[in-house]
Design a protein around this ligand. Structure first.
Ligand SMILES: [Zn+2]
Length: 133
């Protein structure tokens, strides 16, 4: 139920921002998440669909996802390599002295909203800043 928790979080965050900015309608939300975060995209879309039917704010809103490639750092040879390809063992020196640099995170990249006053579209970033476009 990892994905359900995630969608809950996203819907909460976006709702809060929308309320602050007096946004009545969300057009789309783009999420970025790491390659090894274990998130199953199809589940995300299933849960998302349910929310778009339940909340008017999200009615018809699209969910886009982008993957962040996972990168591991080798402490012995001070280089980075692809986590998915080589796992925890450095392909250069065979060391297990390695750390996941990125690839396990999740963030809301952007939120596209309808500007109710202008009837045009704008962007709302996760910090709550609204930029008309
Ligand atoms: Zn190494």
């Amino acid at each position: 139920m990892h994905e359900l928790g995630l969608i809950n979080y996203v819907v909460d965050e976006v709702s809060k921002i929308a309320e602050e900015q007096n946004v009545k309608k969300i057009h789309s939300v783009t999420l970025q998440f790491g390659e090894v975060s274990g998130i199953v995209t199809s589940y995300l879309h299933d849960y998302w669909k349910w929310y778009t039917k339940k909340f008017p704010l999200f009615e018809g809103a699209e969910l886009f996802t982008e993957e962040i490639p996972a990168v591991t750092w080798c402490d012995d040879c001070k280089i980075t390599y692809s986590t998915v390809e080589y796992g925890k063992t450095c392909p250069h020196c065979g060391s297990g002295n390695t750390w996941l640099l990125r690839g396990n995170e999740m963030m809301i990249k952007d939120v596209v909203v309808e500007d109710v006053t202008e009837g045009s579209e704008g962007k709302l970033d996760a910090q709550g800043e609204y930029t008309p476009q």
